[in-house]
Design a protein around this ligand. Structure first.
Ligand code: MLT
Length: 211
């Protein structure tokens, strides 16, 4: 079931209205189908909202333009992050869902980080898998209490550890409740990512319920 909204997307209803929806954001070359299995493993009962990035790089969908690997077109990052934030609002109205937690991988994690910096109101929190700093002049949002987990790889050839650490520091400074774990892996995802993301989400769901 997918309505005609501003992003091509897939929507999978949840089986428990109390479980927060997940916004799934794929990596470069992915699409709206890619992260559905991961989303189901991390949040078996949640609604899943999975847009396809609108930018094409050599035919591969992404969420924003880059000039080269790790060098972003920051004007486009800003524009696309705001566009994605608007889509989240549209989808909430269309499907009657609460503010989602983002679950983003690589380029999808980077656009989720940009949305948190520019329009934090649209996300309940975020699981960022292999993320880096998306904007060199970070805005100063108020992320008080916003739960964010960053899972990095200590053998990631694309994301320098220092960059992921800087992202965690930016969110902490903005008041977010940040967990940053560095795993003995590369850029690819591992079973440990799935287990940690699932446990983190369960803990934060429970915290949200008890206020
Ligand atoms: C990006 O472009 O967002 C990052 O370099 C990750 C990637 O997509 O390779």
């Amino acid at each position: 079931m997918s309505r005609n909204l501003s992003f091509i997307h897939r929507f999978e209803p949840g089986s428990n209205a109390g479980s927060p929806p997940l916004l799934l954001l794929h990596g470069t070359g992915g699409n709206e189908d890619d992260l559905i299995p991961l989303g189901r493993m991390v949040a078996p009962n949640s609604a899943l909202l999975s847009p396809r990035g609108k930018v094409l790089e050599g035919g591969m969908p992404r969420f924003f333009r880059r000039l080269s690997e790790g060098v972003f077109d920051e004007e486009d990052v800003r524009r696309r992050a705001l566009e994605l934030a608007d889509f989240i609002g549209e989808a909430r109205d269309a499907y009657g869902i609460a503010a989602p937690f983002a679950l983003g991988y690589s380029n999808g994690a980077n656009i989720a980080a940009a949305v948190l910096l520019l329009r934090p109101d649209v996300l309940a929190g975020a699981i960022l898998l292999r993320a880096m700093v998306p904007l060199s002049h970070e805005p100063q949002p108020d992320l008080s209490g916003k739960p964010v987990v960053i899972l990095s790889g200590d053998r990631d050839p694309i994301i320098p550890a220092v960059n992921a650490g800087r992202l965690a520091a930016v969110f902490k400074q903005a008041g977010a409740a940040v967990e940053h774990r560095t795993l003995p892996v590369g850029h690819e995802l591992s079973q440990v990512d799935v287990s940690l993301a699932r446990a983190w989400l369960e803990k934060n769901e429970a915290l949200a319920r008890t206020g």
